[in-house]
Structure formats: structure tokens, C-alpha cells
Design a protein around this ligand. Structure first.
Ligand SMILES: Nc1nc2c(c(=O)[nH]1)N[C@H]1C(S)=C(S)[C@@H](COP(=O)(O)OP(=O)(O)OC[C@H]3O[C@@H](n4cnc5c(=O)[nH]c(N)nc54)[C@H](O)[C@@H]3O)O[C@H]1N2
Ligand SMILES: Nc1nc2c(c(=O)[nH]1)N[C@H]1C(S)=C(S)[C@@H](COP(=O)(O)OP(=O)(O)OC[C@H]3O[C@@H](n4cnc5c(=O)[nH]c(N)nc54)[C@H](O)[C@@H]3O)O[C@H]1N2
Ligand SMILES: [Mo]
Length: 827
């Protein structure tokens, strides 16, 4: 089997294929050094947990330890392929600094305790506050990285048991806009498209989505189409020269924060040229006239001026999109983490509505997810939604949920939408929330404006519970730290960005006394003695499969219907796409195939909002707008970014990811191949800006906004002029010395990009703005002739001549096997 350094070649070897053909199988495998295939005692079925693609894999087990992974050839999502994080990231499970015992704060220090002591403190404080202040003193902040069963249980405990409305996930920072954009256009969350649309599309448009780095296997699929006969045209909208931008037919490197202007310009061209499907619009869409009027005053010249892109290129993109036979669009953080996030993302849906391109092979929209299980956080009501995509402002939906849970309808708070995370942190700051239970997220690095977040979390009056697998920056601030078991150490299911549900089996025991998140939540519910309205225990299950069975009933008849699935059905073969019910026993590849939407007033998840102000529509207004449950084409005018560059802060600062790390690096920095590929923070700037300011590759710079700043080495790269980029992965757990409150601007100088980001959010989805801020850049010290510690294989590729900077390589330690089989899904 060929061995490939998958750090140097993140996407592996090409397996070209043509339009409409089946994507060939290629099975990727990485086993720990010294382990041979015959040493593997058992393979446990699972899927990847370090992005939203849902690449199916088997976990190799030997001697009670994980020793490697292999892609699952039979799976519809990856057909055997794995990305670098999947191949190497599992090594973090064995890290010697895993949390193995609960910790409680004693005299200001965290000390080890037994489970009973720790859980009594948590439940004890919760009960005290419930008595003194009522449920609104308690808040839950969870993640997109647990399993469905865990979210559903947490959602039940918080909404149905405790009765607090303060329930959200880090999905607020991640895919709140995906959900909001889908609700606005189609009435309900739920991804219309399918990854198989890549196999059929003749045009693929990527909006603010660095797919090559963030869904490497999806990019491998696109690369294989590009290498085959009749390749699709590729459009990429991104201010950086990402790998996708380099491969694109048309790259639009727009000014950060101008996405709505760009989309309005594209829609203007598409409509003006008559590239629209009149029949589809008449039969299936409301609101088109308003959209037509809105984009009428945004001609291509105007859009190109605002976005600062060549008008010819914008027109070329519009022509490709407007004349495509099968158009696939994907949207992610370049749109979602911006000030008009939902407004911009909805315009991508509008392109598909005006072109009538939904529900057919190759015609899909993927309002992408980011985290592996973010879809489940949303479905199960562990974020600002109610379980089963139920509408909190529709009494009939709440009544149905109350019946399923056997609780009083009034016990489920529904006087307003569940509190969004940014607002929860405000309530903690103001003192009305006194108890915060954080699971599977690290806000002390991932939220905007970190000096503020740290001071909120460190407050004396706040009781902070952190459930994690490592002592994260957030855990360091906790009153109680609960050690969790993670992927590979517990069983559960999760759903990727194209609705594919996978089962993840327990492969090995967790370290020490660490316990699955589900068991911890169940323990918490027992100690609070939560009951249903007949006095029976509120939570009726005690294991993952029981929770899954409970969820199936809750989802029955809803868009995300899991009633036809079971653990047994998910074992052995491929993942299955929901809805899966009696009528669709094998799942559903594409939603809205018949132009019917989940948007009738009685059914829809949300009545929608004004895209510019965020003001919610009343049920009556919605009924007037969309009485028959069609799709809604919603228009929005462009508003400039809230903090534009000025004389003092002349750069637009944007932040994001690199291929080799996951978020705050608690896992990927503990995998040597990944950590070596991107060992330290850097800042990207264009060659023209660097030359103008007299900076060179490797110089140590200070990048500061009105909030705070970061010191980072300069990578002179392919970013557009006037924009600087910081990866947000680098916090302080492995470099506690890296924050200095005395240095730099008022709020200190560190290495986490979020020292510099702003407390501000999209008015519709409430997703914070990580992609637009104004920054100044100054020299701290000259480089010593060494390049920046940034990968060369990715968007951070150096601008200079090839070879000037050593190429990223993983060496022999990063060699993985690749076996290309004949097409046909060998198992
Ligand atoms: N390697 C890796 N993969 C991951 C993750 C990870 O941490 N590492 N995390 C996962 C998660 S949770 C998520 S949410 C996804 C995120 O996946 P992506 O959204 O693909 O990643 P980002 O780097 O956040 O942002 C994407 C691009 O937006 C561009 N951008 C910035 N400002 C603008 C703008 O104003 N307009 C436009 N059009 N583009 C802009 C940036 O240049 C960047 O290339 O990745 C998932 N996959
Ligand atoms: N500047 C800037 N900031 C951003 C972004 C950006 O693009 N730019 N992106 C935003 C986005 S899209 C996201 S998704 C967030 C991500 O932000 P976070 O969610 O804060 O980042 P992670 O590092 O994934 O944190 C997950 C935590 O859960 C722990 N964990 C892992 N597995 C388990 C488990 O099984 N159980 C439990 N209990 N804990 C576990 C990990 O050790 C880690 O501490 O960051 C957001 N912040
Ligand atoms: Mo995310």
C-alpha cells in the first residue's frame, strides 16, 4: 500500500472521476508506529470528531488502547478517506495530562476530589439558587462536540426539568447563522443538499468557506472532480488566497464584511439577465418581487466598488452561476461570523430559489456546519432552539413537547427565544445568572474580547462548572471541574453537515475516573431529583441507546425525523441521512425535492425576522407573508461593517483556522504530527502591505485593536491588501507566559486572536463577529532570518518564490497508508 506523508499532502492521492459517476473508494489508514495490521485486536465503528464532515472511520484497538484509525470504505460521506486531523488527532486521548479525577476549588485552588463530593457541590449550589432566585439564575453553555444522546438529555434537564431559558451552545459562535438562514428561507433548520451533489454539479460556489482546510475530505472529493472529465467550474469568495481560491475558475477576494453587497450584485446580474426559473418562483416561493426591487439598485459596478473586486470578475461569477445546470453552493464562517451574517447567507439561498435549483442531483445548498455534532445541538434543543426544530412561539409545538416529556406546558419556558450565549455572558456580568455549567467548550479562548470573558468567568459570585477532558483555560477558572470521557471512550450518535447520522461505538475505557458526559448529566438530574408531572423520574433512560430511543419519539413527525433509525441499523454499513421514518426507511438524500417546505405557519420552526434589524415577525405577520408554506425569498440592503478601518486602525482584521489545528488545540496540539505542522501563532499580510511598511517574513509584529492584541510572526502571503489574518487556535494552556496585561494596548497583549475581537453580533442569528475588526500593526522586533511558524500547504502559503521557506512536512512519522480500490464500495 502506498504510504503518503499526509502532513505534506493533506488531501492525499487523486482518484479522478466524472460528472454523475460514483466517487471511487480510497481507504486511508494510520497505525501507531510499530503496530501492524495483525496486532489490531478489534476495530470499533465511529466517525471523525474534529470537523463537521462526518468522515466514517474505524478505531483500531490493541491491548485496551487506541492504536490507529482507518476510513470506512462503505460510507457515503468519505468512501474511506480521512483528513490529517482524523489520522493523527486521536493520539490526544492518551495524553498523560487528561483529567482523570474531579477537581473542586478549596481556598482558591483546584484540588482533587471524589465524584460524590464534586457532584454534591454542583447539585447543592444549583438547588440553593433554585430556592433563592429560581431557574433563571442557572445557565447551561454546551458545545457542538458531544453526542446526540447527551444533548437531548441536557436539553430535557434544562428546558423541561430546571425550567431555565438560558441554554445555548458554542454553536452560537459557529452555526447559529446556518440555522437562522435555513429557517428564514425554508421555515426550518435542515440542510437541503447532500455531499453527493459534488458528484453532479457543473458549478460549485464556495462562500466564505475554506473547505480545503476545514473539510479536507469534501475538498478531496471536489479535487477528484476537478481532476476528472467535465470538471465543474469553481467560484470562491474569500479575501484570502485559500487552496480553493487558487483552484477556482473565479476568485472574488472581497473586502471583509461586504458579503451582502456582493450577493446583491450577483443576484442583480442573474435577475437582469433573466437567468431565473419563473415557474419555480411562481409555484414555490413568496417574496420574489421584493427581492427583485431590492437588488435592482445594486448593479454589478456598485457591488464591485463596495467589495473592491474587478467588475468583470463579478460578472463572470454571475454568468457561471446564472447559466449553471446544476449548482452547488456552500456557505461558512466568512459569511456567518460577519455583521450581516444571516442577511448574506440568505442571499445564497435566494440564488437557488430564483434559479429553481433545489432538491435535484447537483442542485444543493450547504449552509455548512463546523463542529462534528453541531447539527445535534440544534436538533435536540441544547442551544437556543427547542427539540425537534419546534417553534418556541407556537403553543401547539410547546404543548406537544410537554406531552412527550410528561411535564406541564408552563414548565417549559417559552416566553421568549432561549437566551443566546452573548446575552448569557451579559447576564452573568450583571449578576442575574449565578451558576454556569459549561460542557465541551473553552470560552476563555474562543469567545470575543477575552479580557472581558475572563473577568466574567472569574467573578466570585458566579458558580462555574466545567466539564472537559483537559484542564483548559476555562477549567482553570472553575469552581468544580468534571473529567469527561470522550470520543472512543463512550457510545453515541452524531449527525454531520449533510444530515448523515453515524454511530460511534466505545472502543476503550476512559482514563482514571473520567465518565461519559451522558452519565454526568444523568447523575446531575438524579441529584436534583427532577420529576415529571406524575412524580416519576423526568429522565427515563440510563444509557445512550435509551436516550436515542427517547429522541426518536421526540423527533417523530418533525423535519429531523429519526424514528426509522436504530443503533442496529447504523451498525456495519454507511451512515444514514435523516429524515428516516416509515416512509423513508433508508433515509433521505435531498430535502425539498418536490418544492414542498416545512414552512407552513403551523409547522415552521420560526416566524422569521427582519434581516437588517433582527426584529421578529409576529405569527400574524408570518401567516400573511407565507400562508401556504412556500419558501421565502428575503431581501436585505447592504450595511457597512460596524468597525471599518480608519487612520488609527488602518487594517481589517479577520481570524480563522488552519488545516492542522482544531480550535483551542486541546486535542491537536497533543498530536505531535499536527502540532509540529503549525506550532505557534502567526499573522498574515499581503506582500504589498509588508513592503509598504517595511516588514519582512518572520518579523515579530503586534496586531492590536481597540480591545487588545496579539504578538505574532509575519507570514507574507496571498491575502488581499489591507487585511490581516490571525489563526484563533493559540491560547495559553501550553504557554501561560504568553499573556501580558502590561504590554500593548489597555487590555494586554497575548497570543489568542480573541484578545482583539469585538463584542458584537449579527442581529438575526446573534452570532458574534470574528471576521471584521479594525486593527493596527507595528513592529516589535526583526525576524532572525527564520520564516513565520505557518504552514506552507494552506492559505498561509508564503507569497515569495517557491523554496524560500521550508515546505511543511510531517516526515516518516506522518506516513499514512492509502489504498485505492475499484469503485463499488468494498467493505
Ligand atoms: N482544520 C480545521 N478544520 C475545522 C475546524 C478547525 O478548527 N480546524 N473547525 C470546524 C468548525 S467548528 C468550523 S465552524 C469550520 C469553519 O470553517 P471555515 O468557515 O472554512 O473556516 P474559517 O477559517 O473560520 O473561515 C473561512 C474563510 O472565511 C474567510 N473570510 C474572512 N472574512 C471574510 C469575509 O468578510 N467574507 C468572505 N467571503 N470570507 C471571509 C477567511 O479568509 C477564511 O478563509 O471548520 C471546521 N473544520
Ligand atoms: N477569533 C475567532 N474565534 C472563534 C472562531 C473564529 O473563527 N475566530 N470560531 C468560533 C467557532 S466556529 C467555534 S466552533 C468555537 C470553538 O470554540 P471552543 O468550543 O471553545 O473550542 P474547542 O477547543 O473545540 O473547545 C472544546 C472543549 O471541549 C473539550 N472536549 C473535547 N471533547 C470533549 C468531550 O467529549 N466531552 C467534554 N466534556 N469535553 C470535551 C476540549 O478539551 C475543549 O476544552 O470558536 C469560535 N471562536
Ligand atoms: Mo465552529
Amino acid at each position: 500500500m502506498p504510504r503518503v506523508d499526509r502532513i505534506a499532502e493533506p488531501w492525499g492521492t487523486r482518484t479522478p472521476y466524472g460528472a454523475g459517476d460514483e466517487w471511487p473508494v480510497r481507504v486511508d489508514r494510520f497505525l501507531q508506529e510499530g503496530v501492524r495490521e495483525e496486532d489490531v485486536e478489534r476495530w470499533a465503528q465511529s466517525a471523525s470528531i474534529l470537523h463537521s464532515n462526518g468522515d466514517a472511520l474505524d478505531i483500531a484497538v490493541s491491548d485496551g488502547r487506541i492504536v490507529g484509525v482507518r476510513g470506512r470504505a462503505a460510507d457515503r460521506v468519505n468512501r474511506g478517506r480521512l483528513g490529517p486531523k482524523d489520522l493523527y488527532g486521536w493520539q490526544a486521548n492518551h495524553s498523560p495530562d487528561r483529567l482523570t479525577r474531579p477537581l473542586v476549588r478549596e481556598n482558591g485552588r483546584l484540588v482533587e476530589a471524589d465524584w460524590d463530593t464534586a457532584m454534591e457541590r454542583v447539585a447543592g449550589r444549583a438547588k440553593e439558587l433554585l430556592d433563592e432566585q429560581g431557574p433563571s439564575a442557572l445557565a447551561f453553555y454546551t458545545t457542538g462536540q458531544l453526542f446526540l444522546e447527551e444533548y437531548y438529555t441536557l436539553g430535557l434537564i434544562a428546558h423541561g426539568g430546571i425550567g431555565t431559558n438560558h441554554v445555548d451552545g458554542n454553536t452560537r459562535l459557529c452555526t447559529a447563522t446556518a440555522a437562522a438562514a435555513l429557517k428564514e428561507s425554508f421555515g426550518s433548520d435542515g440542510q437541503p443538499g447532500s455531499y453527493a451533489d459534488v458528484d453532479h454539479a457543473d458549478v460549485i460556489a464556495l462562500y466564505g468557506h475554506n473547505v480545503a482546510e476545514t473539510q479536507t475530505v469534501l475538498w478531496a472529493r471536489i479535487l477528484d472532480r476537478l481532476a476528472g472529465p467535465n470538471p465543474p467550474a469553481l467560484i470562491c469568495v474569500d479575501p484570502r488566497e485559500t487552496p480553493a481560491a487558487r483552484a477556482a475558475t473565479v476568485h472574488l477576494a472581497n473586502r471583509p464584511g461586504t458579503n451582502v453587497a456582493l450577493m446583491n450584485g450577483l443576484l442583480h446580474e442573474i435577475i437582469a439577465n433573466g437567468w431565473i426559473d419563473e415557474d419555480y418562483l411562481r409555484d414555490h416561493v413568496v417574496g420574489f418581487e421584493e427581492l427583485r426591487e431590492r437588488v435592482a439598485d445594486c448593479p454589478a459596478e456598485e457591488a464591485a466598488r463596495i467589495c473592491d473586486v474587478p467588475v468583470g470578475r463579478l460578472r463572470e461569477a454571475a454568468r457561471l452561476i446564472g447559466t449553471a445546470d446544476r449548482l452547488l453552493s456552500t456557505v461558512l464562517q466568512g459569511f456567518y461570523q460577519s455583521h450581516q451574517a444571516t442577511a448574506a447567507s440568505v442571499q445564497v439561498n435566494n440564488v437557488h430559489l430564483v434559479r429553481g435549483m433545489l432538491g435535484r442531483p447537483g442542485c444543493g445548498v450547504l449552509q455548512m456546519n463546523g463542529q462534528p455534532t453541531a447539527q445535534n445541538t440544534r436538533e435536540c434543543g441544547a442551544d437556543g432552539d427547542l427539540p425537534g426544530f419546534r417553534n418556541w412561539s407556537n403553543d401547539a409545538h410547546v404543548a406537544e413537547l410537554a406531552r412527550i416529556w410528561n411535564v406541564d406546558q408552563l414548565a417549559i419556558p417559552h416566553y421568549s427565544p432561549p437566551t443566546h450565549a452573548m446575552q448569557m455572558f451579559r447576564y452573568i456580568e450583571e449578576g442575574s445568572i449565578r451558576f454556569l455549567y459549561v460542557s465541551g467548550t473553552n470560552p476563555a479562548v474562543s469567545m470575543p474580547e477575552l479580557h472581558r470573558i475572563r473577568s466574567i468567568l472569574a467573578q466570585e459570585r458566579l458558580f462555574l462548572v466545567v466539564q472537559d477532558i483537559f484542564l483548559s483555560e476555562t477549567a482553570e477558572l472553575a469552581d468544580v471541574v468534571l473529567p469527561a470521557a470522550t470520543w472512543g471512550e463512550k457510545t453515541g450518535t452524531f449527525t454531520n453537515a449533510d444530515r448523515t447520522v453515524h454511530l460511534s461505538e466505545k472502543a476503550v475505557d476512559p482514563p482514571g475516573e473520567a465518565r461519559p458526559d451522558l452519565d454526568i448529566f444523568l447523575d446531575f438530574a438524579r441529584r436534583l431529583d427532577l420529576r415529571d408531572k406524575d412524580g416519576a423520574p423526568l429522565v427515563k433512560w440510563s444509557d445512550p441507546e435509551g436516550a436515542f430511543e427517547g429522541w426518536k419519539e421526540c423527533s417523530r413527525g418533525r423535519p429531523c425525523d429519526y424514528s426509522g433509525l436504530s443503533y442496529e441499523k447504523l451498525r456495519g454499513g454507511s451512515g444514514v441521512q435523516w429524515p428516516c421514518d416509515d416512509a423513508h426507511p433508508d433515509g433521505t438524500e435531498r430535502l425539498y425535492a418536490d418544492g414542498a417546505f416545512w414552512s407552513a405557519p403551523e409547522v415552521c420552526e420560526d416566524y422569521g425576522r427582519d434581516l437588517v434589524t433582527g426584529a421578529p415577525l409576529s405569527p400574524t405577520e408570518y401567516k400573511a407573508l407565507n400562508p401556504d408554506g412556500k419558501a421565502v425569498a428575503k431581501a436585505a440592503e447592504y450595511i457597512p461593517p460596524h468597525e471599518p478601518p480608519d487612520d488609527e486602525f488602518p487594517f481589517a482584521l479577520t481570524t480563522g483556522r488552519t488545516l492542522y489545528h482544531f480550535h483551542t488545540r486541546t486535542k491537536t496540539a497533543r498530536a505531535p504530527q499536527l502540532q509540529r505542522a503549525a506550532p505557534e501563532v502567526w499573522v498574515e499580510m499581503s506582500a504589498a502591505d509588508a513592503e509598504r511598511l517595511g516588514f519582512a517574513e518572520g518579523d515579530l509584529l503586534e496586531v492590536a485593536t481597540r480591545r487588545g492584541g496579539v504578538q505574532a510572526r509575519l507570514r507574507v502571503g496571498g491575502i488581499r491588501d489591507g487585511v490581516v489574518f490571525l489563526p484563533f487556535h493559540y491560547g495559553y494552556w501550553d504557554r501561560p507566559d504568553a499573556y501580558d496585561p502590561e504590554k500593548g494596548p489597555d487590555k494586554g497583549m497575548g497570543r489568542a486572536a480573541n484578545e482583539a475581537t469585538v463584542t458584537d453580533w449579527d442581529p438575526v442569528s446573534k452570532q458574534p463577529l470574528f471576521k471584521t475588526a479594525a486593527a493596527r500593526v507595528s513592529l516589535v522586533e526583526r525576524g532572525r532570518g527564520l520564516p513565520a511558524p505557518a504552514p506552507t500547504t494552506t492559505a498561509s502559503r508564503p507569497a515569495g518564490p517557491e523554496g524560500a521557506v521550508p515546505a511543511t512536512s510531517g516526515g516518516a512519522e506522518a506516513e499514512a497508508e492509502e489504498s485505492v480500490a475499484a469503485s463499488g464500495g468494498a467493505r
